[in-house]
Write a protein that binds this ligand. Structure first.
Ligand code: PMV
Length: 320
């Protein structure tokens, strides 16, 4: 009745922002992402009749913040009459700060909880369960470059490129580790209700997905760079034009964007993406990794840098 799973966050290049079904947490748009390998979350889930209430420990501290989402996830997998569970999680990067910690956490939780109950690995089922809690989590169930597609009854994920086929690097400039001011889930609902740009954001996503998919197939860095930055800035435009406005950036975020644009002008193949937080993710090829790390680390307001290759996806570490 116990299992430990490990999963890595994924960074969307073509973003998910908005829900087509809020009750089932189904995304309004398809999305495309990179699964990382050096950032990770482990989830240790133990169900037992001897445990008298659910308990969640993250990085050795008792937690209440994510407790209801975690409980809902376990209820969905094990049923409401399940045994109580002890859930212990470790994460080697800041949580709820725009670094996609919910994608690694909930994908690992789904794998660990199913395995603790003796259920066999089923990527499609796990993806739909993970997505019901956190829309981005489903994409972390596969490695490399991953597509999430809306299908009639839920979602479907597929690997577009293995991690070694196109070995991109992701350099993350951390500008603030505080918890985000508004959760992505609440922010998405606000955007759908109030942003005048929301409808065109949804409408254009099919084109952006097609462009990005073709760029991945052809390993066309320039094409992927152009469509990814455009898609990211459109998502943030929807956020900025919501009422009240949702602004996750700080001045260092903008400085990082300028630095990356200046490197591009000098011919360096690099592009940025930003999620629901102030961190910048620069995507580049291995030859330019050091230059980009150095350029971003010199910016006032950049507190630290994390680097990652593309990862091969989650693992079930122990089934006890
Ligand atoms: O999975 P959630 O509910 O935390 O939403 C994630 C949304 C973005 O990170 C901003 C975009 C994405 O596709 O990951």
């Amino acid at each position: 009745m116990q299992a430990i799973a490990r999963s890595c966050p994924n960074i969307a290049l073509i973003k998910y922002w908005g829900k087509r079904d809020t009750a089932r947490n189904l995304p309004a748009v398809d999305s495309l992402s990179l699964t990382l390998d050096s950032l990770w979350t482990t989830m240790d889930v133990k169900f037992s009749p001897e445990i008298l209430q659910d308990e969640l420990i993250i990085n050795d501290l008792q937690q209440n913040n994510e407790f209801s989402r975690v409980k809902n996830c376990l209820d969905m997998i094990a049923g409401k009459n399940r045994n109580f569970a002890k859930i212990k999680s470790s994460c080697n990067f800041p949580i709820s700060a725009g670094l996609a910690s919910s994608s690694s956490s909930f994908s690992a939780l789904v794998i660990a909880a199913n395995s603790a109950l003796g259920k066999k690995w089923n990527t499609h089922l796990f993806a739909n369960q993970a997505s019901a809690i956190s829309g981005s989590a489903a994409r972390s169930l596969l490695g490399g470059i991953v597509e999430l597609e809306n299908i009639s009854n839920g979602i479907k994920i597929q690997q577009l490129s293995k991690p070694n086929r196109w070995p991109l690097k992701v350099i993350i400039a951390i500008t603030d580790t505080k918890e985000k001011v508004i959760s992505s889930s609440k922010a998405m609902k606000l955007s759908a209700r109030t942003s005048p740009f929301y409808a065109s954001w949804i409408k254009d996503q099919t084109f952006d997905m097609r462009e990005a998919r073709a760029a991945v197939t052809d390993q066309d860095f320039e094409k992927l760079a152009v469509i990814s930055e455009h898609n990211c800035l459109k998502m943030h435009s929807v956020m900025w034009t919501s009422r009240p406005s949702i602004v996750y950036w700080n001045s260092a975020t903008i400085e990082c964007m300028h630095t990356i644009r200046n490197l591009q002008k000098k011919g360096v193949p690099v592009f940025f993406t930003i999620d629901a937080g102030p961190q910048i993710k620069a995507i580049c090829v291995p030859e330019n990794e050091d230059l980009i790390e150095k350029s971003l680390s010199e910016i006032v307001g950049v507190r630290s840098i994390m680097k990652s290759d593309l990862g091969s996806g989650p693992s079930l570490d122990i089934n006890i």
